[in-house]
Design a protein around this ligand. Sequence first.
Ligand SMILES: [Zn+2]
Length: 166
Amino acid sequence: MNFLYRLQESINRFMYGRYGNDSLNRFLSAVYMLLVVIGFVLRIIVRFSHSVVLYRIHYALYIVSLVIFAVTVFRALSKNHNRRIRENDFFMRWWGNWQPYFHKQAQKAEPKMRMFVRKMQDPDHIYKKCPDCKAVLRLAKKRGKHKTRCPACGKLFEVRVLFGDK
Ligand SMILES: [Zn+2]
């Protein structure tokens, strides 16, 4: 307990007067994590494809992510609050134009993501949109061409299943 207390004390002393986190740092952290995920996927692809171009892209992303990480830590530990606040204001003016766009994209992607999860959890069925009323139908996964009737609007349409049971 005493050790933890002293550790907390020394962290507090170290952080005293330092800038900490702001919107710009949270954004940089998100970009950093995104780059780490992309880098991880690229590394797997490089291992199997031995592509030199992809290796270079992976390496460049790695360098960029290190720089972003260093900038984020530097800003959080900085004691020059005025300059960090000015950077954050500058960032917010730029982000203010983009934030509604990203928000809209995220809202648009949400039902697609939900449908993707539903499909993954239900491999025995396929999900097709009715060409007429756009209702999503859940159909048995049987290979070949089938005629099916949309229960929502009653329209008969053809479904082609490429992969599934015979
Ligand atoms: Zn329909």
